[in-house]
Design a protein around this ligand. Structure first.
Ligand code: SAM
Length: 227
């Protein structure tokens, strides 16, 4: 039986996407209906470099150029669930990469603001998202560790790269009750995914969610270089 379609065979991609949600996402305990619905809708194959679409529903991160990756589908779903989104929120993502996770968030939230530090990836993500009609996603090239102060506060912030600490700028851009999901670790090789909830104006609660491996968060409130 052929498990991977030649690129462009939409119905086969839909079947692979459905199977991915069942086995990799719901099968590992993600229960949020908005997240499962979003994962069923967004065509991951459209966020991969040309010719790589056949790998779109593999259970792994994949290279997208510039030494960066599109995250594993399960991790995208787990992080989105960690934000506790129900619909209608204003969300900030740091680390746009291909734009895939931004599209997943945009299926649930009202507006998604996303920042990528590498210009080539920011413009690729922009065209991927425009081609699919995601007009509620706003892409900016810059240092996401400083957040997007002009658009703050946010109901949720998700960071798709691992930093040494939780950036203060991001904590301060949460609404009260808002959640920040970020990989944090003193080593660049692995991190712990943590959730920070702003429970009052000057009070935050932190929970450890999952051990993870992300590319480094490089910036003023992150690592000073990728290596
Ligand atoms: N969310 C992406 C997707 O769906 O394809 C995957 C993101 S990839 C794992 C992490 C991204 O974070 C990389 O593209 C990297 O360039 C970016 N990045 C690292 N540090 C950053 C920073 N300070 N600000 C913005 N983006 C950053």
């Amino acid at each position: 039986m052929q498990s991977r379609p030649p690129s462009g065979v939409m119905s086969d991609y839909s079947k692979l996407r459905e199977r991915m949600v069942k086995r990799q996402i719901a099968g590992r305990g993600v229960r949020s209906k908005p997240v499962l619905d979003a994962m069923r809708k967004v065509p991951r194959e459209r966020f991969l470099p040309r010719g790589h679409g056949v790998f779109a529903y593999d259970d792994s991160p994949l290279p997208i150029g510039e030494g960066q990756t599109i995250s594993q589908p399960y991790v995208v779903a787990f992080m989105a669930e960690g934000l506790g989104l129900e619909g209608g929120e204003k969300v900030l993502e740091i680390g746009t990469g291909s734009g895939y996770a931004a599209a997943v968030l945009a299926e649930i939230a009202a507006e998604v603001y996303t920042i990528e530090r590498i210009e080539g990836l920011a413009s690729m993500a922009k065209s991927n998202l425009e081609a699919l009609g995601y007009d509620n996603v706003h892409v900016r090239c810059g240092d996401g560790t400083l957040g997007w102060p002009e658009e703050a506060p946010f109901d949720g912030i998700v960071v798709a790269a691992g930093g040494p600490d939780v950036p203060d700028a991001l904590k301060h851009q949460l609404k009260t009750g808002g959640r920040l999901v970020i990989p944090v670790g003193r080593s660049k090789a692995y991190q712990e995914l943590v959730r920070v909830t702003r429970v009052a104006d000057d009070e935050y609660q932190t929970e450890n969610l999952l051990p993870v491996r992300f590319v480094p968060l490089v910036g003023e409130e992150g690592w000073s270089s990728e290596y």
